[in-house]
Design a protein around this ligand. Structure first.
Ligand code: GDP
Ligand code: MN
Length: 387
């Protein structure tokens, strides 16, 4: 789960990491009110779940409360397009208004779960070339990025922070401040079950202090049950509406950009089905696993999610009847197709418990189901139906 910069900064503050003073606003007037309480210059920053806002015009300086109001007026409601949003951009509903800082240098500090070592570790990455071009630094000058692994069972040790700060060329005083930030970021990461925590830029100010000017934190969805306070930070406006509907129906759904809608039980079978569609020359519109014990109602809800995606041109249903018997699947499909006045062509492949009964029900339903026996045959029939 992703959160906004202003929420991430509140967490940093809770963990003793210095962040600028400021507040979040949904209207230009509110933005002005916040700027009035801050001394001097401010920055007004679009809050969306994507980076690259600076380059996309979503970060604006303001020399007065009136300018902060004007900046907020121009940013709020805009569709901000950055290299991370896709060409359709993301609508801005909130801005963060903060005290501007005089920056001497921009550092990068990130912490991720590193799966590349075969055993899971946390990996710190830091660079003295932080700021808006960090992706380019990583691609063209990887030697400017220093790394350090933290084993979750062993935990973090101060010498690791020293290694990073020496790599960044920080002097003793800054190095000490930096080590404190690294230690606290690691504590936050482990206590809150993060999958990514990034401060970019971590600024060295003109006064010679470190300050987190931007923050991005992502949480491991599977750890969220332990953190009701983090779950409360979810912003459904930033999430794909179909994925939100799927979450509410307890169905595993990921939207993709093809046009063959898929409904499968079991993640492995769902992956295989997607491969088969590709092999047959089509492109899956989604990953959808209704789970091993899905009810007729869940099948119906899953069906509704598929049908609501305007890109879907045909639907491939591939169910192995185990716990979930084929006749129950058919009952759910017939009910769903009947209710939603479904006009899309559908290919159904059923195997397993009560398969004959399930197929008979489909054939006698009078609805437009194409029945397939084999997995690849089902994929080919679905692709053929695209016309
Ligand atoms: P991103 O582009 O989405 O990563 O947004 P950031 O929050 O990182 O803002 C982009 C850039 O704006 C930063 O890299 C800084 O260079 C600049 N910036 C943001 N806040 C301040 C500030 O308070 N003072 C100064 N001087 N620059 C800032
Ligand atoms: Mn940034």
């Amino acid at each position: 789960m992703k959160i906004h910069e202003y929420q991430a900064k509140e967490l940093l503050r809770d963990y003793g990491i210095p962040v600028p003073r400021g507040g979040v606003a949904s209207t230009p007037e509110e933005a002005r009110g916040i700027a009035e309480k801050l001394a001097g210059q401010a920055v007004v920053k679009a809050q969306i779940h994507a980076g690259g806002r600076g380059k996309g015009g979503g970060v604006k300086p303001a020399a007065s409360p009136a300018q902060a109001e004007a900046a907020a007026r121009s940013i709020l409601g805009m569709r901000l397009v950055t290299h991370q949003t896709g060409p359709e951009g993301k609508k801005v509903r909130k801005v963060l208004v903060e005290e501007a800082s005089a920056v001497r240098k921009e550092l990068y500090l990130g912490l991720v779960v590193d799966r590349s070592r075969g055993k899971e570790c946390l990996a710190f990455m830091a660079s003295e070339a932080g700021g808006m071009d960090i992706e380019q630094v990583a691609a063209t000058a990887p030697e400017k990025i220093v790394k350090c692994a933290v084993h979750p069972a062993v935990g973090f040790s101060l010498f690791q922070a020293r290694k990073l700060s020496v790599g960044l060329g920080l002097d003793a005083a800054l190095g000490k401040e930096f080590a404190e930030i690294v230690r606290n970021l690691c504590r936050l990461f482990m206590e809150k079950d993060c999958s990514l925590a990034e401060i970019n830029p971590l600024a060295i100010t003109q006064e010679g202090r470190l300050l987190a000017l931007d923050a991005k934190i992502t949480f491991d969805d599977d750890g969220l049950y332990r953190h009701p306070e983090i779950r409360g930070l979810r912003d459904p406006d930033e999430e794909d509406p179909l994925e939100v509907a799927a979450k509410n129906a307890a169905v595993n759904y990921i939207k993709l950009d093809g046009n063959v809608g898929c409904m499968v039980n079991g993640a492995g079978l769902a992956m295989t089905t997607m491969d088969m569609i590709m092999m047959a020359g089509g492109k899956p519109a989604n990953f959808l696993d209704v789970g091993g014990g899905a009810s007729a109602e869940q099948i119906e809800k899953a069906f509704g999610i598929l049908a609501a995606d305007p890109n879907v041109k045909c639907i491939l249903i591939n169910i192995f009847g185990g716990v979930l018997r084929c006749d129950r699947v058919s009952a759910g499909l017939i009910q769903a197709a009947g209710n939603s006045e479904m006009t899309l062509p559908m290919v159904v492949r059923l195997q397993g418990t009560n398969v004959e009964e399930g197929q008979r029900m489909l054939q006698e339903s009078g609805l437009r189901f194409t029945v397939a026996e084999g997995l690849y045959e089902a994929a080919q029939k679905a692709v053929a139906l695209l016309g």
